[in-house]
Design a protein around this ligand. Structure first.
Ligand SMILES: N[C@@H](CCC[C@H](N)C(=O)O)C(=O)O
Length: 305
């Protein structure tokens, strides 16, 4: 037990993952268990803690300032996903995390949700509607957009340099509520050659840092009206992970933009931890929304010694 974790003795936790993107989950319905960034990093430490790409605290929206704001327009958003990266920094959103979060709420008996039903969740990137499916969850992630307005015309706005790959590569920065920079690589050999032990260098880096996705369009790109890409990711506040849901949405959005107006609305994104689905559809707010679908698993419940 490290000194940082000692004050947390007796803390109940669960461990879960979505396509290998793994999280420590804590139920804190009344908002009386705020953790310091150091405690979060210690819990996520893979050798001295529980291990996780991130830590998710489930708290009623009325107990966090961002949640109170959301409740004004969305009174049904009872639960707030307080998402933190493994290094203790906060992120606005996590696409794999929000599926695992809802699965955790169900597992804890805090909500009931049958297949076909939906739940409104508060996050730092606004409310998200999560539907339970027969084999996982589907999330309306809201609209995507370019971070740098000049990318709207040409779909490229930055350069990325990465260990293991010769030359700087053109890239585009996209927001899914959290920031992403997507680089297209030519084939799976290049994807394997990228060394993501160190953060890729992005120029210009978006104002709040970025997650970097390396995407390889399949050949052929489209089969039966579904676009296919393979992807690896280096996450802000974590390092390389087996999967990133918001990153898969950003990579699909960039690849679809680059492919032109005939590109399909439905995409399958293969990451090292599995496969997630991405679909683009017109939202009720008049903007193009992104839907993410994939599995959610709880692997253990426990108590901190
Ligand atoms: N893996 C997540 C994204 C987690 C947050 C990210 N590291 C950030 O800092 O924005 C996902 O599945 O979306």
């Amino acid at each position: 037990m490290t000194e940082t974790l000692a004050p947390l003795t007796g803390l109940r936790f669960s461990k879960g993952h979505g396509t290998g993107n793994d999280f420590v989950l804590l139920a804190d319905p009344d908002g009386d268990r705020t953790l310091s960034p150091e405690q979060i990093a210690a819990l996520c430490d893979r050798r001295r803690g529980l291990g996780g790409d991130g830590l998710i605290r489930a708290v009623r929206s009325r107990h966090v300032p961002e949640g109170v704001e959301l409740l004004v327009e969305n009174p049904t958003a009872e639960w707030f996903m307080d998402y933190n990266n493994g290094d203790g920094t906060r992120s606005e959103m996590c696409g794999n995390g929000v599926r695992v979060f809802v699965h955790f709420l169900i597992n804890e008996g805090l909500v009931t949700l049958a297949p076909g039903e939906e739940l409104t969740i508060g996050t730092r990137a606004g409310v998200k509607i999560v539907s339970r499916t027969d084999d996982g969850y589907r999330v309306d992630m809201g609209p995507w957009d370019f971070i740098h307005p000049e990318a709207r015309g040409k779909g490229m706005d930055s350069l990325v340099e990465t260990l293991g790959l010769p030359d700087e590569r053109p890239a585009v920065s996209i927001t899914m509520g959290n920031p992403h920079t997507v680089v297209a690589l030519s084939d799976l050999d290049e994807l394997a050659a990228a060394n993501l032990h160190e953060a890729p260098s992005v120029t210009p880096v978006p104002p709040h840092g970025t997650n970097v996705e390396f995407a390889v369009p399949a050949q052929p790109l489209v089969t039966d009206d579904v676009g296919h890409i393979s992807m690896r990711v280096h996450e802000r506040g974590v390092g390389e992970t087996l999967s990133c849901g918001t990153g898969a949405c950003a990579a699909a959005a960039a690849t679809r933009f680059w492919a032109g107006s005939d590109a399909p609305d439905v995409w399958s994104v293969t990451i090292p931890g599995g496969v997630v689905g991405v679909r683009f559809f017109p939202g009720e707010d008049g903007r193009e929304h992104v839907e993410l679908s994939g599995p959610a698993v709880i692997v253990a419940d426990g108590v901190l010694a």
